[in-house]
Write a protein that binds this ligand. Structure first.
Ligand code: KG4
Ligand code: ZN
Length: 368
């Protein structure tokens, strides 16, 4: 059994994966994913208009012991049956990461269980592995990772073999949604609130620039933010009218989504991939899902996107990546031995620190 813990931002998440079922030929998610729990604090943070790092960290401390106990109970196992612990090491809010990492290290040390530190964004990129077999993307596939802090297109040649094709020069797509929502006076969390408004808005009322830099290797959303800011200033008080808020939201959503779609289609055609995976928190956006599906399927490319709960932060994606690592390097786990010094796992030390900033570029160096 593999226990995974995710606390990089405001969700406390814990999952349990049965490694034996994961390694079975059928690899049926319903069989191997024994628990998948999330304690969300969105309501707590709404009062402050954003995530308050200190409060989020305290909530993780309060939630983790009971959530882990609940996850084990749901999987009908005890801690003694856990053979590995996967934990998000970064990137994210330092205080939040430290809670999850320290908790995982404590269980690891006290119960002699190997620890696997996981990169949060690599977890998002692997969320496709949680899909039913016929929906999983096939290698080599292209993935668009769109979250609050990242926007990039990555070619996944095989398990953990990545090639970055494009990355944002400035704001991430999630940030563009969140900043727009703030400008339109919408509540936190901005992205979902803005997309709800957009549903009843006219996307043609305002023409915001679809930012597609000539350079194939980049996205850019800061110019779009400036254009939206100017429009809101020009409208003055009228910007607050309910229909105008809906129209501004729909127009901004259109500009962000079309920029993402254009670059994704260009890259899919250049790389001649047969599968495309949409991941990260912004993948919860209905319009983005619909438009990418249309464009990819028109070109005969299989389009995959995880259900909402595996697009936003969750522990199942951290666990399924760790299960894949164990599958790839089983010998590292078999030889793991508590008495062999301070080593906690194949690539982890007791001294392992949280990495609030952990450049994704390090994953692309193919050093492992
Ligand atoms: O992956 P995630 O949960 O956390 C990070 O790792 O960043 O992504 C959060 C981001 C936020 O910017 C949020 O506003 C955005 O995803 N988001 C959405 C939607 N749901 C979440 N953006 C647009 N439409 C949505 N429905
Ligand atoms: Zn995330």
């Amino acid at each position: 059994m593999l226990l995974s813990i995710e606390t990089s931002c405001d969700e406390t998440a814990v999952s349990v994966i049965c490694l034996e079922s994961y390694l079975a030929a059928s690899r049926d998610t319903e069989q191997y994913l024994k628990s998948d729990l999330i304690a969300s604090k969105t309501k707590l943070h709404t009062a402050y208009g954003g995530v308050v790092p200190e409060l989020a960290a305290r909530e993780h401390i309060a939630n983790l012991p009971s959530l882990v106990a609940e996850a084990l109970a749901k999987a009908s196992i005890s801690l003694s049956e856990v053979r590995a612990i996967a934990v998000t090491r970064g990137p994210g809010l330092k205080g939040c990461l430290l809670v999850g990492l320290s908790f995982a290290k404590a269980i690891s040390l006290s119960s002699s269980i190997p620890l696997l530190p996981i990169h949060h964004i690599e977890g998002h990129m692997c969320a496709g592995a949680l899909l039913a077999q016929h929906e999983r993307p096939q290698y080599p596939y292209l993935t668009l990772v769109v979250s609050g802090g990242h926007t990039m297109l990555v070619l996944v040649e095989s398990f953990r073999q990545y090639k970055q094709l494009a990355v944002t020069r400035d704001d991430a797509a999630g940030e563009a949604f969140d900043k727009g929502a703030t400008l339109f006076g919408l509540p936190y969390p901005g992205g979902p609130a803005l997309s709800r408004e957009a549903e009843r808005g006219d996307a043609k009322r305002f023409s915001f620039p679809i930012a597609v830099p000539d350079d194939a290797s980049s996205f850019s959303f800061s110019g779009l933010k400036t254009a939206v800011q100017r429009e809101v200033q020009r409208l003055g008080e009228a910007a607050k009218e309910p229909q105008t808020v809906a129209d501004l939201s729909a127009s901004l959503e259109h500009a962000i989504v079309e920029a993402l779609v254009l670059k994704s289609v260009q890259a899919a055609e250049t790389q001649q991939v047969k599968s495309f995976l949409l991941t990260g928190g912004v993948a919860a956006n209905g319009r983005l899902r619909k438009r990418l599906k249309e464009e990819m399927e028109q070109r005969g490319i299989q389009f995959s996107v995880p259900p909402h709960r595996w697009c936003t932060d969750n522990a199942a994606m951290i666990g399924v990546l760790a299960a894949g690592i164990i599958e790839q390097t089983p010998q590292a786990f078999q030889s793991w031995n508590r008495s062999s010094g301070e080593k906690l796992g194949p690539n982890a030390e007791l001294t392992l620190g949280a990495r609030a900033k952990w450049p994704i570029a390090e994953l692309f160096e193919n050093e492992r």
